[in-house]
Design a protein around this ligand. Structure first.
Ligand code: NI
Length: 169
């Protein structure tokens, strides 16, 4: 496994549409393993392949609702993910490893169900509420070249940011 460099806003890879994965081969497994390591190192809750410069429909989302699991065990690998059901609404603070230090207020569904393939090509469904649903939506947006800053009602001011990160600790 190896750490990959996280691309930041301004990098063209973040604005492009990623391609569907058809071969569930060694190259995809290496990408997934490297993304896992990169996500854990960055202390994020999700990571999409274009964020490491690979335009493939691959994302990782951490199911932080499963508090009994270690961070490594919380990672869900989603290949060719699609949101097939949503309900409710939540408005809250969102950030992104590719837009460091910036947080915005974004409205997302409160619940989302995703259909995806695992690293061997098997289809499965997974769902989540709250931050997990938010993360599914945020990461899948990356695959179509969208950043949360486009969807944010507004960006937190430096003062709000200070309060937010204090609450976080
Ligand atoms: Ni992001």
């Amino acid at each position: 496994m190896a750490l990959r460099k996280i691309r930041e806003e301004g990098d063209s890879a973040l604005l492009k549409k990623s391609r569907v994965v058809t071969d569930f081969n060694k190259r995809i497994h290496t990408l997934l393993d490297d993304m896992r390591e990169t996500l854990l190192e960055a202390n994020g809750v999700g990571l999409a392949a274009p964020q490491v410069g690979v335009l493939r429909r691959v994302v990782l989302v951490m199911d932080v609702s499963k508090e009994e699991l270690s961070p490594e065990e919380q990672i869900i690998e989603l290949i060719n993910p699609e949101i097939i059901e949503t309900s409710g609404e939540q408005t809250g603070t969102e950030g992104c490893l590719s837009v460091p230090g910036v947080y915005g207020i974004v409205t997302r569904p409160e619940y989302a169900k995703v259909r995806a393939q695992d690293r061997y090509g098997n289809f499965f469904e997974v769902d989540g509420h709250g931050i997990v649903a938010r993360c599914f939506c945020h990461e899948i947006d990356h695959l179509d070249g969208h950043l949360f800053t486009e969807k944010a009602e507004r960006i937190l001011t430096p003062e709000e940011l200070e309060n937010y990160t204090e609450e976080d600790e």
